[in-house]
Design a protein around this ligand. Structure first.
Ligand code: FE2
Ligand code: FE2
Length: 337
């Protein structure tokens, strides 16, 4: 039987804040944006729109092993089948991540210092519930209920986030790392998916996620500036580990198995994936998005005051250039309006 729940022990301090004055105007603005931009999964998504699974869901170029001899020897029907299983595996991981984000944010409501931040976190709980709702409904109603189990990496990351008691570690893991990558991923899905319904869902989620990313950029700098050296070390190490968990080892083995790949073929795909990630002829749009994602991670780390020597070294180990510079238009526009 597929496991559909597990328990995490957690202990943290709840701060019952009764100073209701505005202490962080930027955070209040983000809260105002959150209230203004609420949407409703039942009302604002056109669920009558059919999803044609024979067309595929993600762009084929996102499938690991795309274009390799192993991939090319599949007939058209098998390619479609792989596309559907692969896409549903990835969407399932996003779904489990949304559920975990909802749980982590409900803890953050208790823990974060000001009421400005608490109010914002209360909106994020609703946002993440909505994301879990929309993805589970898409997978259930439109993709034949293909919800795959949570990957080991996602579970590891969220169990750690939920189980430990410092809010700045939770925020670094969730809003600074996981959400920054989620923004990149949903942008890629919004622009490249073959299924129009998934495109429109991704666009909606994307707007919420960039606001969540904004929470870390506004909320973390003061906290980080006041950390003791040992807390700072813990934060740097955990952030690097969170990046590793989000970037690596998320291999959709079950999707390949479902389509009939054997163990040695799956190993070959896994190897191809690492090699093609290094090669310059890697799928063009995948490269663009990866670069954008890395740029955003680096720029957010600089903004919150975390780009120390140790962080830079940790990023280099993951193949991310800490001197990369670029646009953060997404966040800036979120904060500007
Ligand atoms: Fe989310
Ligand atoms: Fe989020």
């Amino acid at each position: 039987m597929v496991e559909t729940e597990h328990r995490v022990q957690s202990e943290f301090e709840t701060l019952y804040q009764r100073d209701y004055s505005v202490q962080a105007p930027d955070m209040r603005r983000l809260y105002e944006n959150a209230k203004r931009d609420q949407w409703n999964v039942s009302r604002d998504i056109d669920w009558t729109q059919p999803v044609d699974l024979d067309q595929g869901i993600f762009a084929d170029g996102l499938i690991d092993g795309f274009g390799s001899p192993l991939y090319e020897k599949l007939d058209a029907a098998k390619k479609r089948e792989l596309n559907v299983e692969f896409s549903c595996w990835r969407l399932s991981q996003l779904l489990h991540g949304e559920e975990g984000a909802m749980l982590a944010c409900s803890q953050l409501v208790d823990m974060v210092p000001t009421n400005d931040a608490k109010f914002f976190q209360a909106t994020q709980v609703v946002d993440e519930a909505r994301h879990a709702e929309v993805l589970s409904r898409y997978l259930t109603e439109k993709c034949g209920g293909r919800i795959y189990p949570m990957s080991a990496n996602i579970q590891h990351l969220f169990d750690y986030l939920l189980g430990q008691g410092k809010w700045f570690i939770k925020t670094a893991g969730l809003q600074l790392v996981a959400e920054t990558f989620a923004v990149g991923l949903f942008r890629m899905l919004a622009e490249t998916s073959q299924d129009p319904l998934l495109k429109s869902i991704s666009k909606r989620i994307l707007l919420d996620e960039s606001r969540h990313m904004g929470f870390s950029v506004i909320g973390l700098p003061d906290m980080i500036a006041s950390l003791s050296p040992s807390d700072m070390n813990e934060l740097e190490d955990f952030t690097a580990e969170a990046c590793r968990l989000v970037l690596r080892g998320q291999f959709p083995r079950e999707a390949f198995e479902k389509v009939g790949f054997n163990a040695s073929e799956i190993d070959e795909i896994k190897k191809l994936r690492v090699e093609s990630a290094k090669s310059s002829d890697y799928i063009y749009f995948r490269q663009i998005f990866r670069r954008e994602m890395y740029t955003q991670v680096v720029s957010n780390m600089k903004k919150v005051g975390m780009m120390t020597e140790r962080t830079a070294a940790n990023l280099r180990k993951l193949g991310i250039d800490p001197s990369i510079d670029g646009r953060t238009a997404n966040l800036e526009s979120q904060l500007a309006n």
